[in-house]
Design a protein around this ligand. Structure first.
Ligand SMILES: Cc1ncc(COP(=O)(O)O)c(C=O)c1O
Length: 342
């Protein structure tokens, strides 16, 4: 039997229809700015967020790093939370590739924003201090179990960062989930940030591709930064076509993933391993601290029974719903994981 793969929303495979769209893509040399499909995707995504321009990148990590290079000169500082993807899963890129000094805040629960505390950490340039040039937030928050940053709190943060002359970046790899879960227009998020990095290869189900979204001036510079990082691709409309298809067909359906995540959370809650109030998008954090089993063992036992979930810590695991998992898959997962916990 095919396993139910809930390790991540990045494991999806392009559907037959998406592959047809990819096969039919008009292409050109994107380093010359001549790929019509990439150009169309960039214009569409910029418009969705109410920004002037966007730049296609192969990955979300590159989109984040290009955005950080736009905002923070070498030697200066980025402020972000200690659980951010940027400082946990990008392998020191900001330091190594861009000479960016990173300082973090700790949020509790993970993913929540305390604007006052963050503002207090912003440093202005004096002779011997490192000036904070940008603050980065993550929406939805990966290590925060898919937590959504509320718009009013983000607006407050925007006001505070602007008052201190610091730019604001959003790692919006899953901002689509926040948009669908809350009904907040993407442009309302867009209006609060100087730069956003958004991914097509997570819940939207494209095989690859992300974008940096910002002003025309910044995206002009970003094009050179991307080339320097080795991300100048040629007939990449092949990938952009998958992204355009995903935006047209797979955005609204994220609500199904959220409902399935809630269904799984409800099934596991009686075992004291899931806080259902925190399951608001497509991630289901599983906390095994009050059980007799550790996460690697639990995950291995689930895999033996055809349910794949991820280890996120010695006592923590997670399940992620996505477009390749249907109701039957979620029921199977609920039944296998429940039986392991009872
Ligand atoms: C919040 C967040 N930001 C950025 C990324 C990076 O995306 P990529 O794997 O395409 O580099 C991920 C990947 O999972 C993510 O979860």
């Amino acid at each position: 039997m095919t396993p139910v793969d809930l390790r991540s929303d990045t494991v999806t495979r392009p559907s037959a229809e998406m592959r047809t769209a990819i096969a039919a893509a008009e292409v050109g040399d994107d380093v010359y700015g001549e790929d019509p499909t990439v150009n169309a995707l960039e214009a569409e995504v910029a418009a969705l967020f109410g920004h002037e321009a966007a730049l296609f990148t192969p990955t979300g990590s590159m989109a984040n790093q290009v955005a950080l290079q736009l905002l923070v000169p070498p030697g200066d500082e980025l402020l972000c939370d200690a659980d951010a993807h940027i400082v946990n899963y990008e392998i020191g890129a900001a330091a190594l590739l861009s000479g960016i000094s990173t300082r973090t805040w700790i949020s509790s629960p993970v993913g929540a924003l305390d604007v006052e505390a963050i503002t207090a950490q912003i440093r202005t340039p004096v002779t011997h201090s490192v000036p904070t040039r940008a603050v980065a937030v993550e929406n939805t928050h990966n290590r925060g179990g898919g937590a959504i940053l509320p718009l009013d709190v983000l607006a407050e943060l925007r006001k505070a960062t602007a008052a201190h002359g610091a730019a604001l970046h959003c790692d919006g790899a899953r901002i689509w989930n926040a948009h669908v879960a809350t009904g907040t227009p993407l442009a309302s998020y867009g209006a609060l940030f100087d730069t956003l990095a958004v991914c097509l290869s997570k819940g939207l189900g494209a095989p690859a591709g992300s974008l940096v979204v910002s002003s025309a001036e910044r995206i002009g510079r970003a094009r050179r930064l991307r080339k320097r990082l080795g991300g100048g691709m040629r007939q990449v409309g092949i990938l952009a076509a998958g992204g355009r298809y995903a935006l047209e067909h797979n955005l609204d359906r994220l609500a199904d993933d959220h409902a399935r995540a809630r269904r799984l959370a409800d099934a596991l809650a009686p075992y004291g391993v899931v806080d259902t109030a925190r399951v608001v998008t497509n991630l289901v954090p599983i906390d095994l601290t009050k059980t007799a089993v550790d996460a690697p063992t639990f995950v291995a036992r689930a895999a033996e029974q055809g349910v794949l979930i991820g280890v996120t810590g010695q006592q923590h695991a997670r399940a992620v719903t996505h477009l390749d998992v249907d109701d039957d898959g979620v029921e199977r997962a609920a039944s296998v994981l429940s039986s392991l916990l009872s």
